[in-house]
Write a protein that binds this ligand. Structure first.
Ligand SMILES: Cc1cc2nc3c(=O)[nH]c(=O)nc-3n(C[C@H](O)[C@H](O)[C@H](O)COP(=O)(O)OP(=O)(O)OC[C@H]3O[C@@H](n4cnc5c(N)ncnc54)[C@H](O)[C@@H]3O)c2cc1C
Length: 204
């Protein structure tokens, strides 16, 4: 799994939005400490959480399974642009048969961490390859995609929704892959924004 932060809103924008409510502009300091405290107090402590919606983050998330993708997509207050399977299926059509979870198979599949399950994923991958090789169209063949099939996406989310995501999905009852994503997303955040989210994460 790889998570890259592509862009984020500076904290000053959120502080400005908060100050709009009380017309208390001009109180920021150069280091931004006053802004940081203001956002923590109003957005987090006082639960005036809509002010956090002014902070936007865009992540490029790679090397994840479609299993994780469908869980991530349940978080409705976010925008997703996902790699089309049509492209990867074109490459798969040209592949030689797969018989083990080797480097070639890992180009298409995410490991479950269990050898037996990964072996079955390879069989599913090879079945998919056969469907393509005998001329079944991509749009039909994709019904046979295993959940372990690799994908990637660009994900944009505001700070309020990100807090909700990190809270729900870092817990031990969440699936391990999405749990790992919460920690990778947190790590990718700008250092000066992490304080807004650190309390959402459940210790691993
Ligand atoms: C451990 C775990 C197990 C899960 N298992 C399942 C499962 O078995 N089956 C399943 O279907 N899902 C499952 N889910 C997904 C879960 O039900 C949520 O869909 C997912 O966590 C997204 O949460 P959310 O709705 O808070 O987020 P978002 O969709 O991002 O919404 C954010 C917030 O906006 C508000 N909101 C959004 N839409 C509405 C709305 N229509 N009406 C009112 N308020 C709204 C809510 O306050 C919500 O918390 C599971 C989640 C977890 C964490």
């Amino acid at each position: 799994m790889r998570v890259t932060l592509l862009q984020h809103t500076p904290l000053e924008v959120c502080a400005h939005a908060i100050r709009t409510c009380w017309q208390s502009y001009g109180k920021s300091d150069n280091g931004g400490e006053i802004d940081r405290c203001l956002i923590e107090r109003v957005g987090n402590h006082n639960r005036h959480s809509s002010t956090l919606e002014h902070l936007f983050y865009t992540f490029y998330i790679q090397e994840i399974s479609r299993l994780l993708l469908q869980e991530l997509a349940r978080h409705r207050i976010a925008s997703l642009s996902v790699k089309s399977t049509r492209y990867t299926l074109k490459e798969l059509k040209e592949e030689a048969p797969f018989d083990r979870f080797d480097e070639r198979a890992q180009k298409y599949l995410i490991s479950s961490g269990d050898e037996t399950v990964d072996g079955m994923s390879v069989k599913a991958l090879d079945n998919l390859r056969i469907l393509l090789a005998v001329g079944i169209s991509n749009d039909r063949a994709k019904y046979a995609l295993p959940e372990s099939y690799k994908t990637e996406l660009t994900w944009s989310v505001n700070a309020r929704s990100l807090q909700n995501f990190l809270t729900l999905r870092s817990k031990s009852n969440a699936h391990s892959e999405i749990q790992n994503l919460t920690f990778a997303v947190y790590e990718a955040l700008p250092e000066d924004h992490k304080y807004l989210f650190s309390k959402c994460l459940t210790e691993k």
